[in-house]
Design a protein around this ligand. Structure first.
Ligand code: F0G
Length: 460
């Protein structure tokens, strides 16, 4: 096995934090506890300058050899790619064997989108059921290095569940701030079981984000929302894992949901670094899909404006992405533009139907993740994605994250929360286009056979 250290002696020593604003570009020590540039307020990137020394073929072989190792660093789908990360060999890593998420081919979803084939990268198969774990392992490791005692985040539920789990592993105190009544039970239940202080805020996610940034001014508190550049570092390794699984064949398109826009920023950084290292020779087009009622990034993309206009009251049943003022929009925009991708939004009906279709592939996901298949269907219809293109949809959360949504859809009881006075309840109903309602049957063989027949007739 080729040792990491021979490839890159001290990733930590060559890493810096750098402001992404071209008019600033200030650099800071990797151990400075920062979230944004202290000079101009811009977002920060971690940069590892000496990567050009790494031989791409040796890297590929090292990463493949680690697939048969039992070292916890190699078992993690994040730390397996540690040459890409700003940590030394002696970093006190906090891991739950995150990453390692499957790639599924999805013929039913492909048909639905009118594509020849479609692949799903299911990040919902992470330890806490969402992609957040790949970033949290890096951010909580950094918290330990910095000697933080308390870690905090604002969340629509998944970041919270993930942080609560990693904080428990690291024996750190943890507080999560969530919008009251707007987080699924499953996500809340996770954070409670993992022992976090769960603070239910009067207000929405954007209010929680604003307050938590004030709280993190306190030295002993470490903020791990995706504004934290170490989160993005962990999350970017999914680009390496995806390409490794595809034996370094670059897809034409990678499509993902957009909320606070950390994931799209991370994918963009990941692909770009793999290209700079010579591991791939082109970038996949990166497209981001939002929900119509929470689509400030899609509005920006479709306009001449250079600044994002926040939405004050975002609305969507895909609560994970119910965000009106995404923090990482500048990084995400950079990634989409550099790769030649696009940004769009889809309706609540499109999300719900796409989610049911993904289910029919035997895969399933939470509502936010289904924006991808809904978005791809639209991009194919508009001729942006060709029918024979090689397309990957990124599913970000597990189907069990929001079972109420699924149950309601399948019983024709799913309603949007759109409070517009001119809309009746019936107009807010999401049609169960592909619904599969449960049936009540008597405990007799005849009744069960009849039920089966009814089901067969309905699904024809
Ligand atoms: N999908 C799921 C399942 C999510 O939980 C999120 C974000 C996204 C997509 C959007 O990703 O924010 O990186 O653009 N959830 C955050 C949270 C905001 O607090 O759990 P993004």
């Amino acid at each position: 096995m080729i040792e990491t250290e021979k490839l890159q002696p001290a990733a930590r020593e060559i890493a810096t934090q750098r402001c992404i604003e071209s008019s600033c570009g200030a650099r800071f020590e990797i151990n400075e506890r920062l979230y944004v540039c202290p000079k101009c307020g811009g977002l920060l990137d971690v940069s590892l300058e000496a990567k050009a020394r790494i031989n791409p073929q040796e890297l590929r072989e090292t990463w493949t050899s680690r697939l048969t190792s039992f070292d916890p660093r190699d078992r993690s789908g994040v730390w397996r790619y540690r040459e890409l990360l700003p940590f030394g060999a002696d970093a006190p890593i906090v891991t739950l064997a995150e990453g390692n998420t499957p790639l599924y081919d999805a013929p039913v979803s492909a048909d639905y989108c009118r594509l020849g084939a479609l692949t799903l990268k299911h990040q919902g198969c992470n330890p806490t059921g969402s992609f957040k774990d790949t970033g949290m392992t890096a951010a909580v490791t950094q918290a330990v290095i910095l000697g933080a005692r308390t870690v905090v985040c604002a969340s629509t539920g998944n970041t919270a569940a993930s942080l609560a789990a990693y904080a428990a592993r690291a024996r750190l105190r943890c507080a999560i701030l969530v919008p009251r009544g707007q987080v699924s039970h499953a996500k809340l239940a996770q954070s409670l079981d993992y022992g976090a202080a769960v603070l239910e805020l009067e207000g929405n996610f954007d209010d929680a984000m604003r307050v938590i940034r004030e709280l993190a001014e306190d030295e002993s508190i470490y903020l791990v929302n995706s504004i934290n550049p170490f989160r993005i570092e962990g999350q970017k390794t999914v680009a390496a894992e995806l390409l490794h699984q595809r034996e370094w064949s670059v897809p034409d398109h990678v499509v993902m949901p957009g909320g606070n826009l950390g994931n799209s920023s991370a994918f963009g950084k990941g692909f770009k670094e793999l290209k700079d290292l010579g591991l791939i020779d082109r970038l996949p087009r990166l497209s981001v899909v939002q929900a119509d009622g929470a689509a400030p990034f899609a509005s920006l993309f479709g306009s001449d404006s250079e600044m994002l206009t926040p939405i004050e009251h975002p609305q969507t049943l895909a609560t994970a992405i119910k965000i009106g003022a995404p923090v990482s929009w500048k990084k995400a925009l950079r990634a989409v533009l550099e790769s030649g991708g696009s940004v769009l939004s889809v309706s609540e009906q499109e999300i719900a139907d796409a989610k049911a279709i993904i289910g029919r592939d035997g895969v399933g996901c939470e509502p936010a993740s289904a924006t991808t298949v809904a978005g791809i269907k639209r991009l194919v219809a508009d001729g942006v994605i060709e029918t024979d293109a090689d397309v990957v949809a990124v599913l970000t959360g597990h189907i069990l994250k929001d079972t109420d949504y699924a149950i309601n859809y399948h019983q024709d009881k799913l309603y949007t929360h759109d409070r517009a006075a001119d809309k009746t309840k019936e107009e807010r109903r999401i049609a169960g286009t592909f619904s599969n309602p449960p049936q009540r049957v008597k405990a007799t063989k005849a009744a069960i056979l009849e039920g089966l027949q009814r089901h067969e007739g309905a699904s024809r």
